[in-house]
Write a protein that binds this ligand. Sequence first.
Ligand code: GMT
Length: 375
Amino acid sequence: MKIGIVCYPTFGGSGVVATELGLELSKRGHEIHFITYNQPVRLELLGNNVHYHEVNVPEYPLFHYQPYELALSSKLVDMVKLHKIEILHVHYAIPHAYAAYMAKKMLIEENIYVPIVTTLHGTDITLVGSHPFYKPAVTFSINKSDAVTAVSQSLKEDTLRLFDIKNEISVVPNFIDLSKYNHGFTDCQRAMMANDDEKIITHISNLREVKRVQDVISVFYNIQKEMPAKLMLVGEGPEREKLECRCKELGITDKVIFFGKSNEIDKILCFSDLFLLPSQTESFGLAALEAMASGVPVISSNTGGIPEVNVHGISGFLSNVGNVEDMTKNALHILSDDDRLQAFKSNARKESLKYDLHNIVPQYEVIYEDTLAKC
Ligand code: GMT
């Protein structure tokens, strides 16, 4: 199949999933066209089957807001015609599903029919999409998609609760390429980060308020009072300055490493002992799955789709949002006994196996085939 993929090319989970999906589909013989405003961060290899088409939005002083949707839908029309793209798969409803629908309508005028598969990722539904300013357009574009998928059962339920949806929503969970998380200890650079007796705690996110990174700092502060430990914070975002100030106030600056954005999270996870994800809302928690694939147990909140990924008492523990005391108790329970830590590490890796891309990507292929067959 010739598949056009629209996504955010940034470090966010939706862009990562879309990129990994495209790369795997290309290995399975499909011709993939990424259509977005920058080369996706994990798109390192452009082979014969993988193409990237940049959407340009020329600045014009009359426009207070530059019309990205318009530029994207025009680009989609051009690329569908030029490369004979058969299906468009858009990740994150806003504004991608809307722009794809406009492209589809323009193409119908030229007797070209290209169906749209929309994948909902989380904040496009729970935070941004349900805002009254966007809600009618999001409802419309979900209902006009030829197929709709959500990355967790929880996100599907949220979508049905928050919007008036007439379309069927299939749950296709996020996935990872487990082979990338299979490091032997030879690849690990633990010694550069911490002493042998120090436990390494990690958090990876875009450091936005919804991630509750202040809770990460609080849990870590409690842990390091009980045992030697270091905190690795990976990612960039609006909360960073506040977090640095908080670490200073608590006197733990020398124990907290801010990595910024990283393309090598597997290398950081491979020397981690525990992963913290105390988010306010989380449709899936791809970062938690990436940690588990590296054999890192997860202490998380029990919000949204996280309980579908992190299994309480097996791959880690779940607590109510904001319950720092419970998260601390659970973290210390895992970290304070080496045999127990090893058992949780091995369970975390085992639980991640069901999300291997070889199990999940074929589910998208079936959706594409069914959608094309219906046209
Ligand atoms: O907030 C983020 O983590 C970024 C956001 C995105 O769209 O890139 O992530 C959402 O999609 C990810 C991939 O499907 C999910 O793993 C995240 O849980 C989801 N984030 C939220 O729901 C807050």
